[in-house]
Design a protein around this ligand. Structure first.
Ligand code: AMP
Ligand code: GLY
Length: 419
């Protein structure tokens, strides 16, 4: 098979690494790819991931059999529809199906209509109405912009003042913030369950836990994710069965009842408390950095599974898992998720790899042949081992030999699971 991967972050590096192991793979391209992905695929940087027409014509030109779409933006932008219209198979939901992430209001209304457990909510288009409602409910309370806001459109307000200010801040998200969702605050522990689906059958992947806040102890600003581990013990067999029966299957069925076939990866962000899981959010794609810990534990052929999702033939597939644990520690630029420097030289990669780590590039580039920083999240240092403790020690040993100026990483990844 000839495969085209869309994206260039840490998640896509992990996808590329896993896809490259498939005996089905022939030619492999990535747009834009990254210095990490370049080890597996030919990277093409002069086509924008927003340019559906150019991507379709590239796929036709290269006789691509499957396009794997990593990030949410091209999915919400209808790339899969354009590819399908041209007769090209793609892994990922259509524009309508991707609304499950692209519009918080769409997702919340769907869950309400079909009794899928989630926080109570109201939608407002006038800031004053939102504020009146917030005053009535009090804090803690959660304020969300409707559309994609690169993970920044959610404010968990601990005080009434913070909540009221959050309503005003929504204006800064442009169109995404023109409608405001006010949501009940949910207490508990978070976990991510990703599932592959062909619109009919669902196969949940092993559960992972992300670390969204920038600093140790879950302090500081929300980020794209500072590290992850899998399997997440908070999702035990009972919770896993509950998530499949009460959340994943009903959501795919609800979409179907609305006339939408969802194919690809459905990501359920969960809040778990007292043996009950509720949906915090859905994403229409693999998680980042969850993918970096889930795929190293997968024994099965991912390319075969993704093709089955795209073709609607997942019914006879199974996934087998290695009985190990995986950890990913994100090494970020100092200042992230706010302003940070770029172009800082990265050292120690060879040493870290010799310690048994896989290093997924999240934001790097080559400058005069040398690897330099090029994003907020720079590297995802990933290890597997028979136990979580061993994987964790191995990951931090590797992290310690990698250097770039002003590097920031959390030192407490997976600490919750070891308690
Ligand atoms: P989202 O982009 O919807 O995942 O929200 C980002 C983060 O905000 C989540 O990972 C949670 O940590 C937090 N969050 C979102 N909604 C709620 C809620 N209703 N209750 C508590 N925390 C929430
Ligand atoms: N790790 C959170 C996300 O992928 O949205």
């Amino acid at each position: 098979m000839n495969v085209l991967l869309i994206g260039g972050g840490g998640r896509e590096h992990a996808l590329a690494w896993k896809i490259a192991q498939s005996p089905l793979l022939e030619k492999f391209f990535a747009i834009p790819g990254s210095p990490g992905i370049a080890a597996f695929a030919e990277c093409v940087e002069n086509i924008s991931v927003d340019d559906n027409a150019a991507l379709v014509s590239f796929a036709v030109d290269k006789a691509i059999d499957l396009v794997v779409v990593g990030p949410e933006a091209p999915l919400v932008n209808g790339l899969v529809d354009s590819l399908n219209d041209a007769g090209i198979k793609a892994f990922g939901p259509t524009k309508l199906a991707a609304q499950i992430e692209g519009s918080k209001i769409f997702a919340k209304r769907l869950m309400k209509k079909y009794n899928i457990p989630t926080a109570a909510f109201e939608v407002f288009d006038k800031p004053d109405d939102a504020k009146a409602y917030i005053r009535k409910l009090g804090a803690p309370i959660v304020i969300k912009a409707d559309g994609l806001a690169a993970g920044k459109g959610v404010i968990v307000a601990q005080t009434l003042d913070e909540a009221l200010n959050a309503v005003d801040e929504m204006k800064t998200f442009g169109a995404a913030g023109s409608k405001i969702v006010v949501e009940e605050f949910m207490d508990g522990e978070e976990a991510s369950v990703l599932a592959l689906t062909d619109g009919d059958k669902i196969i949940p992947l092993i559960a992972a836990q992300d670390h969204k806040r920038v600093d140790d102890g879950d302090k500081g600003l929300n980020t794209g994710g500072m590290g992850a581990y899998a399997p997440a013990p908070i999702v035990d067999a009972t919770i896993a069965a509950q998530v499949e029966e009460r959340i994943l299957k009903p959501t795919i069925e609800a979409l179907k009842a609305e006339g939408i076939v969802y194919r690809g990866c459905l990501y359920a962000g969960l809040m778990i408390k007292d043996g009950m899981a509720k949906v915090v959010e859905f994403n229409c794609r693999f998680g980042d950095p969850e993918t970096q810990v889930v795929l190293p534990l997968m024994e099965s052929d991912l390319l075969e599974l993704m093709t089955a999702c795209a073709e609607g033939s997942l019914a006879d597939k199974k996934i087998s898992w290695r009985k190990s644990s995986a950890v990913c520690v994100i090494m970020a630029s100092g200042g992230y998720p706010k302003a940070y420097k770029k172009n800082l030289p990265i050292d120690g990669m060879t040493k870290a790899k010799a310690l048994g780590a896989m290093i997924f590039h999240a934001g790097t580039k080559l400058k005069d042949g040398n690897l330099v920083t090029n994003g907020g999240r720079v590297l995802g240092v990933t290890t597997t081992a028979p136990t979580l403790r061993e994987a964790l020690d191995k990951a931090y040993r590797a992290v310690e030999v990698i250097h770039f100026d002003e590097v920031h990483y959390r030192r407490d990844i997976a600490a919750k699971a070891l308690k």
